[in-house]
Design a protein around this ligand. Structure first.
Ligand SMILES: [Zn+2]
Length: 76
């Protein structure tokens, strides 16, 4: 369960970080926009299992997910 290197399409990716309320928890994941639903569900499961909190998918979407640009290849 790690990143898929095959999804470097040079566009926007989604990143979720669960380090808002609980310090010490670093849960980061990146996925393509197409996988948004899956990312939200995985995050919800993580929060429920690790922190015993129930968040709706919408809450996670708004508060935990950020869109990040995908950098393909280095360049300086
Ligand atoms: Zn967490």
């Amino acid at each position: 369960m790690s990143e898929n290197p095959q999804s470097e399409a040079g566009r926007t990716a989604l990143q979720v970080a669960c380090d808002t309320e609980v310090s010490g928890c670093v849960f980061r994941m990146r996925t393509e926009e197409d996988d948004r639903d899956r990312l939200l569900q995985i995050t919800r499961d993580h929060v429920a299992e690790q922190h015993g909190k129930e968040y709706s998918l919408e809450e996670i979407d708004e508060r935990h997910v950020t869109e990040v640009p995908v950098e393909t290849g280095g360049g300086s």
